[in-house]
Structures are given as C-alpha cells and as structure tokens.
Design a protein around this ligand. Structure first.
Ligand SMILES: Cc1ncc(COP(=O)(O)O)c(C=O)c1O
Length: 433
C-alpha cells in the first residue's frame, strides 16, 4: 500500500541514494513507499510534497507548541538575526532567557543552554556523576532521553529481551554502544514500586542519578501512578542521588512550569528542549544552584552553538507568549475535548482502551485494560492502532505512525480541527472494526 502520492515516492527514491533510509533520523522512516515527505506547514497544518493537507498531531514530535511558521516568534528571530548570528560571546538576550526559565520552572535555580534534548540529558548526567562522585544511572524501560550512549538503553527493544521484571536486563537500543557502559546502567519497569525499593536498598549508595520522564512520552504516554514520582523524590534524597526529571517533552507544554508544576515535585535537575523554542534548536538543563554551580569547576560543558541566536530568540519569544497569554490552558481545553471525543468513540464501538498522558500530549493503547509500564503496553493492539492511523492519514488527519508517540496539540489547533478529527475517527473506527 502506498500512503502518500507520487512526489513523496520519488523524493524517497532520490533521498535513499545519498541519505541512509532517505531520512536524517531513524524515527522519520515509516517504511518503503509509506514515508512522508513534507513541503511546508502553517499553524496546525502541514502539506506534503504532493500538496495534500493534514491536521498535524505530530508537531515534529512535540516542539511546535504555538503552530508551524508562527509569525510572532519568526518575526523576533528575524529581528535578532539582523544583529549577527554567533559570536562565541554571551549576550543579554540569553541571560534574559535563562532568567525567564528560572522564573517559570519551580525547582530550577541555575541553567546552562544547549541545542538539543540529547545534549541536555547528556550534560545533566555528567553533572550528576561529577556532583555525587558515582557512576551508575537508573533509568526506566520505555523512557527515551536522547541519542547518546549513556541513556540509549531499554527504549525500543523487543520486550522479551528485557528479562524478568525482578532482574531486568539493560538492552542497548543500537549497535555501537560500548558494552562496558552496561555496568553503569540499571533499568527498571516504570511504576515498579517494589523493584525501585529493592534497587534503592541494595544499590542506592552507588547511584549517581535517577532519570525519568514524568510520563512516558516516548512509550504511549504512560502516566506515573500516584505517588511514584514522590517516591523517587524521597528515596533519591535519602541516598544522596541526583533526581533528573527529563521535561524535554513535557516542559513548556503541559504547564508553564512543566511536570514540576503539575505534579508539585521538585527534582534536583531538569532538562528542557522541544516546546521551549516552538521548533527552533534550543535546549536547557538546570536545577539546584548547589549542583549546577560545579559546572565550569572541573566539570565540562560547552558547544559552539549553545547560545545560537535563532534558538535563543525563538525561546525568548515563545516563553514570553506562554507567560503573557493563557496559551497552555487553551491547548489543554481543546486537548481534553479531543480526548473525551476519542474516549466516546472507542467506548461506543466496544473497543477496550487506556487513555493516558496530558491533554496537550496524550496517547491511547487499544485492546488493554490497564498499562503501568512498557511491558504492559507491548500487549496492546498496535496493529489495529496502525490501521486506524493509516486510515486517518488518508483522510487528512496525521497522528504519528508509531503508537508509542503521543498526539501533540498546539495553540493553532482550533475547535473546528478537533471536530473534523473526531468526525474522521468516528467514521474510521466503525469501518475498521
Ligand atoms: C524525553 C526526551 N528526552 C530527550 C530527547 C532527545 O531530544 P532531541 O531529539 O532534541 O535530542 C527526547 C526526544 O524525543 C525526549 O522525548
């Protein structure tokens, strides 16, 4: 089956000759003849290279929080670019941006900027190791913290390879990751209170950092069960472990203060990227001043582009807009309507499902009654989910092809877009069943 038109097909063929798989990120490859190639976007819509319009619920995997080609952000970027792009010097705008982040994010007292979520988590982990003088990192199965070797473990592997849940096997998500790094990783199923308590008791004093997403934004938006994040906070404090909350997907999306504000949790460090700059390349990691102030004192962090003007200007414009207007509240209201509508459609068609995540970033797993971790999620009916997704795409509504990836909303999604999406799903769910 070919999901996209002839221009997409021929561009894929052309790209394949010079770019592995014809895409510049493995996650953008959906398969032969079914990989989308984009021409442009505006607001909540994108147009593929065949000129077909879609209501976009991928939002570039989350960064687009206001809308594609958002005029107010782009205008500020252009204005700043006229003054020069890059100087290897610090300017006032980036200081003002970091002041804004510190103001908005509850537990963040000091920040360093970066260019991507990968860079932010990589640096946060290094700082945590340096601060504690320990090397072991605990992460949860199904969480994704970027492409660096220190965290690309137990993210996408077949669930059978993870071993027994009482003694999970950390599985690298790529060839090329040094085997020795396994000694520095402990993995656990998300929400596994018993396992977490056991690891804390046995190894708590050897662990440098516990890193987690607040909800599994790279695995069906599985929610942290009540008390789980609090338990992590409590035990990490008792054992002198740095608690890193990875807010790359949730930050500046689910609330101005991210998951820290929503769950009233204060980690030691937090990482940001994505929605922070409405799509421009900008990221940040920060946390308690006591921890962050070791950066530069025997702890390395840097990068030629870490204060790149387009990213800094876009983030300054985006965060000011979030602060001035009820943008995230509006997105949440529309997201709730979409979640409610999808719940009704699935219920009317007697399809078991679990809906999870936040209104600005949610998922639904089909054919299951409860999901607490990736092991549970892997039993969901991904084939049926994919069938619905492909039917939706044919009708001009585009969630991600991969069921693990949440639906993302932006400020430009209108009530009419939500209505159109629900009409499409009401129709296709009935047909597909
Ligand atoms: C929670 C989380 N952390 C880190 C990353 C890595 O961010 P980037 O793709 O900007 O390197 C991602 C990317 O999806 C993410 O979702």
């Amino acid at each position: 089956m070919s999901l996209f038109g002839p221009n997409s097909q021929s561009l894929q063929q052309r790209a394949r000759k010079v770019i592995p798989l014809g895409v510049n990120s493995n996650f953008r490859y959906w398969g032969e003849g079914i990989t989308p190639y984009v021409e442009r976007g505006k607001g909540a819509y994108l147009w593929d290279v065949d000129g077909k319009r879609y209501i976009d619920y991928r939002m570039a995997f989350g960064p687009i929080i206001l809308g594609h080609a958002y005029d107010e952000v782009d205008a500020q970027v252009v204005e700043e670019l006229k003054k020069g792009l890059l100087f290897a010097m610090t300017g006032e705008l980036e200081v003002a941006l970091v002041e804004l982040i510190v103001d908005l994010c509850p537990g963040v007292e000091m920040v360093r900027l970066a260019c991507s979520g990968t860079e932010a988590t990589m640096h946060a982990i290094r700082v945590a190791r340096a601060y504690t003088g320990r090397e072991v990192i605990l992460k949860f199965e199904g969480n994704y913290h970027g492409m660096h070797d220190h965290a690309l473990w137990s993210t996408y592997a077949p669930i059978e390879s993870y071993g027994n849940r009482r003694s999970p096997i950390p599985v690298p998500a790529s060839s090329g990751i040094p085997r020795n790094l396994r000694d520095m990783i402990i993995t656990l199923p998300f929400n596994d209170v018993e396992g977490f308590e056991r690891v804390m008791k046995s190894f708590g004093d050897q662990i440098a950092a516990v890193i987690t997403e607040p909800c599994q934004g790279n695995c069906g938006a599985i929610d942290a069960q009540p008390g789980f994040l609090d338990l992590i906070r409590q035990r990490t404090e008792e054992h002198g472990i740095v608690f890193i909350l990875d807010e790359v997907k949730t930050g500046f999306r689910i609330a101005n203060g991210g998951a820290q504000e929503v769950h009233k949790i204060v980690p030691d460090m937090a990482t940001y990227a994505k929605a922070m700059g409405n799509g421009y390349p900008i990221a940040a990691f920060g946390g308690k001043a006591e921890i962050m102030s070791i950066v530069g004192k025997g702890v390395s962090q840097g990068g030629t582009y870490t204060n790149n003007k387009p990213g800094v200007a876009a983030a300054y414009a985006t965060l000011n807009l979030l602060r001035e207007k009820p943008i995230l509240k509006t997105i949440a209201q529309r997201g709730e309507r979409l979640m409610d509508g999808l719940r009704d459609i699935l219920t009317e068609n007697s399809i078991p499902f679990v809906m999870s995540g936040y209104p600005a970033m949610f998922s639904f797993a089909l054919g299951v009654e409860s999901v607490a971790c990736q092991r549970d999620w892997s039993a969901s009916d991904q084939e049926f989910y994919l069938k619905l997704t492909e039917m939706a795409i044919e009708r001009g509504v585009m969630p991600d092809h991969d069921a693990r990836e949440p639906w993302f909303l932006c400020y430009s999604h209108s009530d009419a877009d939500i209505d159109e999406t629900l009409n499409v799903y009401a129709d296709i769910v009935k047909k597909a069943k």
